[in-house]
Design a protein around this ligand. Structure first.
Ligand SMILES: OC[C@H]1O[C@H](O[C@H]2O[C@H](CO)[C@@H](O)[C@H](O)[C@H]2O)[C@H](O)[C@@H](O)[C@@H]1O
Length: 599
């Protein structure tokens, strides 16, 4: 019988900053896309069962399991304890060597342990049974297993290779204390020969040392510093080291509603998520990352401002056409499994505000003005000057009727506000009078049409009295003071309508605004935004209590998915999600600042 995927929180992330894999507590890699984040998965059991591809090293019989990342690195160590001994499995994807490898080291620390090895690769999202051969390579005639399917070649090397039985390679290995076995999976284009393939193992220590050196710069004077550090490391792992593109998550179609249709592909770079990540990195003291991302942004959005998209591929490619993979059963039966993302063609008017805000923060933090980047900003803001009144799909990417979302309009205000500030503070060129007037007009309009007097609250869009968690961001971008009575009323209305099990929903799906069937669970980023809102409203004890609760929802290795089901007490949605982690970092920094100014 085939084994299905584990609960989402039972996975951990490894990656080489070009792509990533999910490793389960059962020693199974159930998700791996090679060589890029958005390449077709060659191990896809996560969205089906082991027939869709997995690579497992797991003790035979019963065991207890604990996991950790090695120090402050992204090397994962899983320790299995059986009645007869202990084995440690270390999983790493070495970085910076221009290669795509997964290295697995199995060590027996105590007693004797029998380990089952299963290697079942299925390129093209679990669909293809590859052409597999044993080969001898190099001067020392090393035996390897080579699997070819279309453009991909996967090579398994190791101290003891598994044997082919019915489209899977399997083995059972008896390890005694002191034994150590290493296995490496390497991706190559299928036309490339493997005769001179170097071993990846030399890169392990360097990878760990480089990650630890980066983590050493994390801020220590924040609440829950370990959770903040792991979030920053995770955001870095989701940043492509060549292009600077930041993916929203390394997975597709982990459902927002188990068994439902709310399944999306997140292996792309949203301007929103990337800009917010960048702001969190800058606030946490990582200015270098900002340069890499700015380069990505300039290349991705270059061209006519009217062609600005809300998301791109990691290399800046624009076509992200959405399609379905009917042959994959989906996580917990949630179909369809989607590749690409239809939201790419949407109008989401908040996006330029987030980008302008991140670039303004970068200017202020580094004092550096890039003339090319400013020219681009002038073109983009000028384009918005013609269209800011139009309705849009909003930051939640609703597939229902476009609306005048208050959050989008406030972020339009941010775009003009930051552009005006750049001219005023840095002497940059631009139509400052015109932009100042538009900025002020947007504010007046939002205060008039986006605020509901009877509810004493801002509302989701101009034609409703519903609220939306994104309204909590209004004080964080400087649109209104956090302790303004209108904001205090908004927090109260959001608490009343959107709190579910102490966590926050994005909006009430029952209003039908998103044009989708089914419902969803509380959204973790929104729950962190409530921490920001409490802190800025002066409710520091509530802020700290909620922040600690949210950090407590991280799994055993500090990772968060997109949503959380407080009733079933399980993670929901794509995993790990940049939005959740960047919101954790932001909330920690906001809380630290608020606590400092109180003391
Ligand atoms: O729930 C509907 C939408 O969900 C996805 O969008 C969400 O994730 C994005 C990436 O993190 C984020 O930028 C956006 O604000 C979120 O709503 C999905 O990508 C959309 O296609 C879908 O409509």
């Amino acid at each position: 019988m085939s084994t299905h995927a584990l609960p989402i929180e039972d996975y951990a992330l490894i990656g080489d900053r070009r792509t990533a894999a999910l490793v389960g507590t059962n020693g199974s890699i159930d998700w791996l896309c090679l060589p890029r984040f958005d390449s077709p998965a060659c191990l896809a059991a996560l969205l089906g069962d082991e027939e869709n591809g997995h690579w497992q090293l797991e003790p035979v019989g019963d065991y207890d399991v604990t996991r950790r990342y090695v120090g402050d690195s992204c090397a994962l160590e899983t320790t299995f304890t059986t009645a007869h001994g202990t084995v440690r499995l270390t999983d790493v994807m070495p970085t910076h060597d221009g290669r795509a490898d997964v290295v697995r080291v199995l060590r027996c620390d105590r007693g004797r342990v029998r380990v089952r090895h299963a290697w079942r690769v299925r390129p093209d999202y679990g669909r293809i049974k590859p052409w597999v051969r044993r080969r001898r390579i190099g001067d020392d005639e090393e035996e390897v297993i080579s699997a070819i399917a279309g453009p991909d070649r996967l090579v398994l090397r190791g101290h003891r290779l598994p044997h082919a039985t019915d489209h899977v390679h399997e083995d059972e290995i008896e390890l005694s204390a002191g034994d150590e076995l290493t296995f490496t999976l390497t991706w190559l284009p299928s036309h490339q020969e493997i005769d001179d393939l170097e071993h990846a193992t030399e890169r392990l220590a360097e990878t760990v040392a480089e990650e630890e050196a980066w983590a050493a710069r994390c801020p220590a004077d924040v609440p829950q510093p370990e959770a903040v550090k792991r979030s920053l490391l995770t955001l870095r792992l989701m940043t492509d080291c060549d292009t600077g593109g930041i993916v929203a998550a390394p997975t597709t179609s982990l459902p927002e509603d188990f068994g439902g249709e709310r399944n999306w592909d997140y292996r792309y770079c949203w301007l929103r998520d990337a800009a917010l990540t960048l702001s969190s990195l800058l606030r946490a003291g990582y200015a270098d990352e900002a340069d890499l991302w700015r380069g990505w942004l300039l290349r991705a959005v270059a061209g006519d401002p009217e062609d600005l998209q809300i998301m791109y591929a990691v290399d800046g490619a624009r076509r992200l056409t959405e399609y379905e993979l009917p042959e994959l059963p989906g996580y917990a039966g949630s179909q369809p499994v989607r590749v690409g993302n239809g939201a790419v063609d949407q109008q989401q008017h908040d996006v330029l505000g987030e980008v302008m805000d991140a670039l303004a923060l970068q200017r202020r933090t580094t004092g550096h003005v890039d003339p090319d980047a400013w020219r681009l900003q002038v073109a983009l803001v000028s384009e918005r000057a013609q269209h800011w009144q139009e309705p849009d799909n909003g930051l939640w990417e609703i597939r229902g009727e476009p609306r005048h979302f208050v959050h989008s309009l406030v972020m339009e205000w941010v775009a003009f506000d930051r552009a005006v500030a750049a001219i005023e503070e840095f002497g940059l060129e631009g139509p400052v009078e015109e932009w100042r007037a538009i900025r002020d007009r947007i504010r007046e309009e939002v205060l008039e049409k986006g605020f509901h007097q009877e509810r004493n609250s801002f509302v989701q869009h101009y034609d409703t009295d519903e609220v939306d968690a994104s309204l909590l961001l209004l004080p964080t971008v400087g649109f209104i003071a956090g302790d303004d009575p209108r904001m205090l009323g908004t927090i109260e209305a959001v608490e009343k309508d959107l709190l579910h099990g102490g966590l926050l929903l994005r909006y009430r799906t029952s209003s039908g605004v998103d044009g989708l069937s089914g419902a969803e669970h509380p959204f973790l980023a929104c729950s962190f935004w409530l921490v920001d809102a409490y802190a800025l409203a002066g409710r520091l004890d509530d802020a700290r209590a909620l922040f600690d609760r949210l950090v407590g929802l991280c799994n055993d290795v500090g990772l968060l998915s997109e949503e959380y089901d407080p009733v079933g007490q399980r993670m929901v949605g794509n995993f790990p999600q940049a939005f959740s982690h960047l919101a954790l970092v932001r909330a920690a920094l906001t809380l630290a600042e608020a606590e400092r100014s109180r003391d």
